[in-house]
Design a protein around this ligand. Structure first.
Ligand SMILES: Nc1ncnc2c1ncn2[C@@H]1O[C@H](COP(=O)(O)OP(=O)(O)O)[C@@H](O)[C@H]1O
Ligand SMILES: [Mg+2]
Length: 374
């Protein structure tokens, strides 16, 4: 029995990673030439995976550290994380790391311990602004010393707003714009927050990074991936059925992997397309309590009606008179208000190149469709 070859909910890279060749090339070009990149897309589109795969392919060409801001809850913890990941990635031996820390972090003076997971850095008090500046300077210093570019990927970057955000943005800008040997990826899923940080003139990081779009995965490549995964793991699937899976998921990376994962669990030799429906039923059954809760928490008829309409006609113009009339909305501005509220809650998401948002979770959309048919 082979283990299930479809993985979702974690970063994927290497043999679990499909396509994104264009994006990988763009990242390489921009970052290796010293530019910084902003990756702003809904969650589950594959930002973290793209960073992981990019890092893998860089190999020895540069030093990449991946900092997940949701694992960090204060400015001090962020400094610890930067220092520990940069030093660990740059120096094989702990003595070298400590030597470099002594040189570059003369006021910060963190303490070091080694754990089975590697180097652990701690700062036993609340960090001061000059010390934070020193930590933010470290990537450039190390890059110069090692004669190798350092790339810092801040994942879910908007999380810095939870701790001293604006001051930190200012400090980062002041430091990063002078860095010739370090470059930065700012990735995140909270569209509004990130847009405010990078596209408002009064914010320090205004236009600091080059925006990069990340959409669904091209169907042809994804189809080849699905068929290959089935075969390599000792199963099989007819090409036409792989195509039907992708018709349903539209090549959304997370939901495609999730659906394939469920199908594999049902039957690893897929001959009949009816298994797709069966797998969808299972996924929905699994999530129905959560969907019910989301639904119950929606206030007012407007948002629910709009979701009903969007689930039944995902490509319709929601502002058209026909749509408004058919789904019991009051006016275009009523639609706009409900749409904005749903987007803010992360229920509706816009994935490029789409012009308008859709219900982000395709199985939630299915659940709503079924509700409407009852
Ligand atoms: N390039 C890819 N190839 C195959 N699957 C992918 C790819 N990118 C993302 N996925 C799938 O989507 C899931 C979510 O990806 P992730 O990188 O965590 O997204 P994000 O960081 O944008 O929330 C992964 O667990 C994986 O199942
Ligand atoms: Mg992520």
């Amino acid at each position: 029995m082979g283990t299930n070859p479809f993985v979702y909910g974690v970063e994927v890279f290497g043999e679990n990673f499909v396509d994104r060749e264009q994006e990988l090339k763009e990242l390489r070009q921009e970052l290796l030439s010293g530019k910084s990149v902003l990756m702003l897309t809904p969650r589950r589109i594959g930002k973290s995976s793209l960073i992981a795969e990019f890092s893998r392919r860089l190999g020895e060409k540069a030093i990449l550290v991946h900092i997940k801001l949701y694992e960090v809850d204060s400015e001090t913890a962020l400094a610890e994380r930067i220092v520990e990941t940069v030093l660990a990635a740059a120096y094989g031996r702990i003595e070298r790391a400590i030597k470099s820390a002594t040189k570059f972090l003369s006021s910060l003076r963190p303490s070091f311990t080694t754990t089975p997971d590697g180097l652990k850095v701690s700062i036993a008090r609340e960090i001061t602004p000059p010390e934070m500046a020193e930590a933010l300077e470290l990537p450039e210093m190390v890059a110069k010393e090692k004669r190798k570019r350092v790339i810092i990927a801040f994942d879910e970057f908007q999380e810095i707003l939870h701790f001293n955000g604006l001051k930190l943005e200012k400090l980062m800008k002041a430091k990063f714009e002078r860095h010739a040997h370090a470059s930065y990826i700012f990735a995140g899923s909270k569209r509004r927050l990130l847009l405010e940080m990078f596209s408002r003139e009064d914010r320090p990081l205004f236009r600091f990074a080059k925006p990069m779009e990340l959409g669904r995965i091209p169907l042809k490549e994804f189809k080849r991936f699905i068929i290959e995964k089935f075969h390599k793991a000792g199963g099989s699937i007819r090409e036409e059925i792989a195509g039907k899976i992708l018709d349903y998921t539209e090549g959304h990376p997370y939901f495609t992997q999730q659906l394939c994962h469920e199908i594999w669990n049902l039957n690893k030799n897929v001959r009949d397309a009816s298994i797709i429906e069966e797998a969808i039923d299972r996924i929905i059954a699994h999530h129905s309590a959560e969907y019910e809760q989301i639904w119950d928490l929606l206030r007012g008829r407007g948002q629910r009606n709009l979701l009903r309409g969007m689930s039944l006609e995902p490509d319709a113009n929601i502002f058209s008179a026909r749509f408004i009339e058919r789904y019991g909305m009051r006016s275009a501005s009523h639609v706009k208000k409900a749409y904005d509220a749903l987007e803010k809650k992360g229920i509706v998401e816009r994935i490029p190149p789409d012009k308008m948002g859709k219900i982000g979770d395709i199985f939630f959309a299915e659940w709503i469709r079924r509700l409407s048919r009852r």
